[in-house]
Design a protein around this ligand. Sequence first.
Ligand code: SF4
Length: 348
Amino acid sequence: MSTAGETTAPPVNDRLLEVKRLSKQFPLTSGLLEQLQFERGRLVRREDSVNAINDAELSVRRGEALCVVGESGCGKSTLARVVMGLLPPTSGSIYFAGTRIDNLSADELLPFRRRMQMIFQNPYASLNPRMTVKQALEEPARFHHPSLSRTAIADKINEVMRSVGVDPGWNERYPHEFSGGQRQRISIARALMTDPEFIVADEPISALDVSIQAQVLNLLMEAQQQRSLTYLFITHDLSVVEHFGSRVAVMYLGAICELAETRTLFRQPRHPYTRALLSAIPKLDRSRPDRSRLLGEVPTPIHLPGGCFFHPRCVHANDRCREERPKLLTTAEGTQVACHGVQEGRLG
Ligand code: SF4
């Protein structure tokens, strides 16, 4: 595991982003008085935390769209924010193009901020209502490319607006003058203004009308091809994953339980949680796996289950599952899966 002072990882050319044993906790109690509790007649100090990410491991290859999927509250949006440096990790490390970035100062991080951009779920909140589209697009270009002339920036705004399907003649308008789909296109244009290599998209279509979702998804795919972009794409929607992702990471209680090529994951899911997620999709396609049964409810991320986080809901759980947390290991087919049952050959 990496040490705190380490700044570079061994170069692995096809990996643009690497997340290693990443954890993020949010303390629940702030004051000392809130932390003190009586237990068996003694005063003890308890600091409860929400364990949003728990030793998550993944890497994103150059040029791919890695989708992170999981139920609401599984930690996927927190993962996006920690990767982007919007939240500090509690432990673990993040590497971008071989350089460790989670321990950099704000100044040291600046060159990476140009190369990494984020698209948020809510296009209403991510654009400043007091800025015209032109001002909103100028801002990141001026900040990250201070040597660009006014003419070069104006040309770039025109080019980027055209590429996202918004008329450049509308650049003096304010965000409220646009529809939700157009605003998300403008948010995408803003992210493209710095010529990024890597985009973290956090549920970028889930706030849009269904009729608009496919258009914005197609726009993101076109931008990927035209600009050689790499995506970390956060979603709860498996139909989006199937359409958009080259690989999929399935998250449960802040940990990656399965990571595979999209086609492999949909045809041959290995982890019992992935099987349950896929079997919950209404389908006409009979080639998909039969309905998988889940026990109980998602446990709270405040008190995580011991052993495999999924064991209270898994019909295949045994004593080892209740005691020992499974590691994410690679199967012969190349799928990474954290499940004792799969590793022992008990599950197909
Ligand atoms: Fe189920 Fe055990 Fe696999 Fe966890 S490790 S998913 S409890 S079989």
